[in-house]
Design a protein around this ligand. Sequence first.
Ligand code: AMP
Length: 575
Amino acid sequence: MKFLPAILVTLLMDRGSRGNLWMLLRFCTLLLAMMVLYTVLFHILMVWEGQDHSWISGMYWVVTTMTTLGFGDITFKSDIGRIYSIIVMFSGVFMLLVMLPFTFIEFLYAPWMKAQSNARAPREVSPHLRGHVIIVNHGPVAETLIEQLTGQQVPYVLIVPELPDALRMHDLGLSVLHGMVDDPHTYRNAGAERAALLATLGSELVNTNIAFTVREISEKVPIFATARSDTAEEVLRRAGETQVLRLGRMLGMGMARRTHGGDNLAHVVGSFGDLLVAEAAVHRTPLVGKTLRGARLREHLGVAIACVWERGKMQTAGPDTRIEEHTILVVIATRAQLDAWDETFCIYNANPDPVLVIGSGRVGRSAIRHLTTRRIAYRVIDTQPQRALDPAYMIEGDATDRAVLERAGIMQAPTVLITTHDDDTNIFLTILCRALRPDMQIISRVTRDRNVNTVDRAGADCVLSYASLGANAISNHLRHTNVLMLTEGLSLIRVKIPPELVGRTLKDSNVRAQTGCLVVAIDTPTGTQALPPPDQPLPADGDLLLVGDEDAENRFLVRYRPTERHTGAWKRTES
Ligand code: AMP
């Protein structure tokens, strides 16, 4: 019963339902008018027969005759009166036994049931809800983000404009709110001014409208919006406090960065002051086959290995981690140390043949731009030649056709980047490329997270998920403001040196073994010391800069309980 007002509101708000109620009212009016007319005629005929009855008796006779009850206490004696009785009886059967139930079901019962069902779709969040995430547009990124938020126990609300969709998702257990995405009331009802973040993941035009609509409600709530073009990015930034996610571009760059290509240079993905985080392929270098301990990179080059990418999955690195042919090392180093790295490994030229890029869409073109800045030769296959950045390197055709792949040089290419947005195509192409070239590096994109494992099993060396990339960028912003995700799964955090560690060395305290976090720098009022030696005591006044995955970070926070966490100035390198 507590839903009654909500059902009535839903019923009265809906134009169709209002029309139905109007039809029902018209039918009842018609029925009433018939009964009044029959009562008047009853009186005229009774007076003509010489009988005397009150108006109430007349109405009583009409009702008992129309409903076919016919008690028989008031009857006509003349033939005309009896013919009149038959007419009233038949019209009563038609109106009350046929039309009334039909009209009632059609125009009241069914709309009522529909309104009751529709009232299930929430239209506002609890006024006590705060720190939640508002998500607009349900797609692959939203799907993964919702999974992550649920895991992190962060409340969220998904705005769904279409009622049937809202009901379906509500029934699936998602936290939805039904409302128009360009209506300020929707964001007021979603508690935008109390939200931790709003993510709008639709087309850039819709996102721009939403960003400006939300700013009417709250000037502060951080907005994350996806965009494809530079112009849209610029326009979106005018909404203020808006983070623009260029996922296609980020994904293309991520794929290109992990490409062996013709070099083994380290590629910077982020920085903190003088300290850089870079990813480096090791293909055809003497590092392949060694453990990290055996490679002695710290001793020779001064760099630290934060973690490794193995077949597209980030794994924490320990002394016994083995370096394989397709391992990508995540290196923490200063600029000088990275230069030394490049000088050491650039001589191991991997393969001068062009890298193959399948698909010249947003992701493919972004990858090509990045490969070009690395001076890596490429060939691109696309069914639509007009999509080429440079027609000289375009091979027109369908990459699922083996002859097209061979024409594009699959048999020689060191790496293939599979960039189409269709996961089925990418799985097919991964299997085909692996069958043709068991030794080549295959980097594949997936749009939906659930396909990562399938592409992995299909033989890709590295799988990058569009959905994870977007969801991670958003959920990492929430976890702590002092955490920065540099690559998927790898965060950088900055904490005050815990009292328990003051005066102790990193070797003694064994932070790495105990928590999985790597101390990459110590920041004191006098400056930042990158990669502190393991036997140097930690000062009392300063911050530790740590690298680790989410589990490692949580272990550190639980184990050492740092009193204060700072907002670091980590910067992600995207372009
Ligand atoms: P996007 O729309 O950004 O995902 O770009 C995908 C690109 O890949 C488009 O330019 C498509 O024409 C291209 N593409 C999709 N499937 C194939 C295929 N089987 N062979 C070659 N190009 C393809």
